[in-house]
Design a protein around this ligand. Structure first.
Ligand SMILES: [Mg+2]
Length: 292
């Protein structure tokens, strides 16, 4: 488990790729750059999986029905998702994360929490680590990422939205409670539309409103979630960053410019691949030993 230390001394980074699927498509196809783009199906029942920033300017959003998106933006270009490409970019960004810590909790292909309280390069500034990670991601993938830096997952997640795209934002322990107080509850990560409606009906519109309600009141109205709302209203979130589940297999591969036809050449290449796999094993073993 995470080291035993006061919860507000942790250093957590939430890294989130900007308009991930859409920017991958614009990266790989120059004709799509600068144009309003939706990744997804244009079919009658299709849904937008991701929208480029040009499309967002028209009000196109992910999870929006494609028909509605086209109404908002008639010149919207649709491309089919290429999940194999997104997965390989995702693996590249995980390698960048792993340069700094084993405590990586992916939320999806394009975002993850990192606990960098202790980190491989012994860098004391999480802000600096986030800058290094974003610069390296840009170098390796040609894509921009945003980051939120804070002392818990709840705040880090919301911080990464503050200076999006291609930016980062820090919420220190001194500023955490005030940040939450000013935030509308509909911006709280993990508080869904039904709960937001219920809160607003009770007169709870902001974090400050939530903080005004007693624990008993919140438990009466929200059951088990009452305690969670009580805590996040105070910027308290003790959840640990949970690294990836243990892997069942590990592999490495390479594509050679020409076929290798003799044994010596094959063995030399195999040695390099084995070294790579062993490197992953060592990383995995230390991560697994810590978590489960
Ligand atoms: Mg994203």
């Amino acid at each position: 488990m995470a080291p035993d230390r006061s919860a507000d001394q942790r250093k957590i980074i939430h890294v989130d790729m900007d308009a991930f699927y859409a920017l991958v498509e614009q990266r790989d196809n120059p004709d799509l750059r600068g144009r309003p783009l939706a990744v997804g199906s244009a079919a009658a029942r299709g849904v937008v999986a991701a929208a480029s920033y040009e499309a967002r300017a028209f009000g196109v959003r992910s999870a929006m029905p494609s028909v509605k998106a086209k109404r908002k933006c008639p010149e919207l270009v649709f491309v089919s998702p290429r999940f194999d490409v997104y997965r390989s970019v995702s693996a590249q960004i995980r390698e960048v994360f792993a340069e700094h810590t084993d405590l990586i909790e992916p939320l999806s292909l394009d975002e993850a929490y990192l606990d960098v309280t202790q980190n491989r390069l012994n860098i004391s500034s999480a802000t600096r680590i986030a800058e290094m990670i974003r610069a390296k991601i840009l170098l390796v993938t040609g894509l921009t990422a945003s980051a939120g830096i804070s002392y818990n997952k709840f705040l880090a997640k919301m911080a990464s939205d503050q200076h999006k795209p291609n930016g980062q934002f820090v919420i220190t322990p001194r500023h955490g409670p005030a940040f939450v107080e000013t935030l509308p509850v509909k911006k709280f990560h993990g508080v869904g539309p039904a709960t937001v409606a219920k809160m607003e009906a009770l007169g709870i519109k902001t974090g400050a409103d939530l903080k005004d309600r007693s624990l008993v009141f919140l438990q009466q109205h929200f059951g088990k979630s009452g305690l969670w709302y009580y805590k996040i209203a105070r910027a308290i979130d003790e959840r640990a960053v949970e690294p990836d589940r243990p892997r069942k297999s590990i592999g490495a591969e390479d594509t050679f410019p020409a076929d290798i036809l003799e044994l010596a050449g094959a063995i030399a290449e195999l040695k390099q691949l084995t070294a790579k796999v062993w490197g992953y094993c060592e990383g995995t073993l230390s991560g697994a030993g810590r978590s489960r």
